[in-house]
Ligand binder design. Structure first.
Ligand SMILES: Cc1c[n+]2nc(N)[nH]c2nc1OC(C)C
Length: 325
């Protein structure tokens, strides 16, 4: 059993590394055949020694037993929504409000991110292991969808490296890329399954499946966009949001390739126009961009209004004319 335990641990590390290279770096270091061979070896060993099975084994990416219902999860830190800026001057007004409030006329750096049209999800890692995932729900209480989130190909089951907080909650968007959405609807038509109106509905429907084996077959993706609970609070994190996103990337969490930083409202407008320009060629649906004050201590000084942070705003694009097929 000792040898088996050793071999299983090695195979898990190897397969987690392959997943990271393939899904996060987009630079696989081995051909699929090697990946499959190692995965089959792991599955065989876990079958032979069931006591070695762990929910965080890469072999569990295929899903487990169906649930009868979803448990509720209370978010220790509420998952808030975003205030909207609909046009140029309200974005500049956003910046002006911040400067007035901070009594600081210096140009402010912003973290700029596409606003993916999917579902906000919270993923909790304890001692580097994925232990729980939940939907946003009403912001306070969401649904426990851990088994389903484990099957999402680019969600790491374990964090990389060995320098991370004991508990770290990662928040981000689960979405379905357009290509996967089109293929799924084709399959659904052929099998008489439910055809989805758009990628967001398809992602929601796939994520809220009680049977994670169904979720595992759906082409879902995840991009991290912020941190939630971090314990111990004494764990030193970077002092800007953009550097914290980079830190998440170091731990193996996937980030949207189109994130950037910008100087002042002007820089944000340039970013808005750049992303609007490339929107139709992106592999995923976005419904706008999100600007966040980059320096964390300024975020803390600005705090939140009732339902959304003062320090962040979404700028939505005009609704995309639906192409009727
Ligand atoms: C609701 C939300 C949605 N999004 N999407 C991105 N990219 N960042 C982001 N941040 C959010 O909220 C934080 C500003 C709290």
């Amino acid at each position: 059993l000792e040898q088996a335990q050793q071999k299983v641990a090695e195979l898990r590390n190897t397969l987690n590394e392959y997943n990271y290279q393939y899904y996060v770096l987009d630079e696989p270091s081995v051909p699929d055949a090697v990946y499959d061979r190692d995965m089959q070896a792991l599955i065989a060993l876990e079958k032979q020694y069931p006591t070695l099975l762990s929910p965080n084994s890469p072999s569990q990416k295929v899903g487990g037993a169906a649930l009868s219902s979803f448990e509720q999860v209370t978010h220790d830190m509420p998952m808030l929504s975003l205030d909207n800026a609909f046009d140029e001057e309200s974005l500049l007004a956003f910046e002006k409000r911040l400067k007035d409030r901070l009594k600081d006329s210096a140009t402010m750096d912003f973290s700029c991110e596409p606003k993916l049209d999917g579902l906000a999800v919270s993923i909790l890692y304890e001692n580097g292991e994925l232990v729980r995932a939940a939907t946003r729900g009403d912001g306070q209480v969401g649904e426990n969808i851990t088994a389903n989130v484990r099957t999402i190909s680019n969600v790491p089951l374990t964090l990389r490296g060995d320098h991370y907080p004991a508990r770290v909650e990662v928040r981000g968007e689960v979405f379905m890329p357009r290509e996967g959405f089109a293929k799924l609807n084709e399959q659904q038509k052929e099998t008489g399954g439910k055809v989805f109106a758009n990628p967001r509905n398809a992602a929601a429907g796939s994520l809220r499946q009680l049977d994670s084996k169904i979720t595992a077959k759906r082409p879902l993706m995840f991009y991290a966009y912020s941190l939630g609970v971090v314990q111990p609070e004494s764990f030193t994190l970077p002092s800007t949001h953009s550097a914290r996103l980079a830190q998440l990337g170091q731990w193996g969490l996937p980030l949207c390739p189109d994130i950037d930083t910008a100087e002042g409202g002007r820089g944000c407008l340039d970013y808005y126009n750049r992303i609007l320009e490339k929107r139709d060629n992106l592999p995923y649906d976005i419904d706008g961009v999100v600007f966040k004050v980059d320096r964390i201590e300024l975020q803390a000084a600005l705090g939140f209004v009732a339902r959304a942070p003062r320090w962040a705003i979404a700028q939505k694009f005009p609704a995309q004319e639906e192409v009727t097929t």
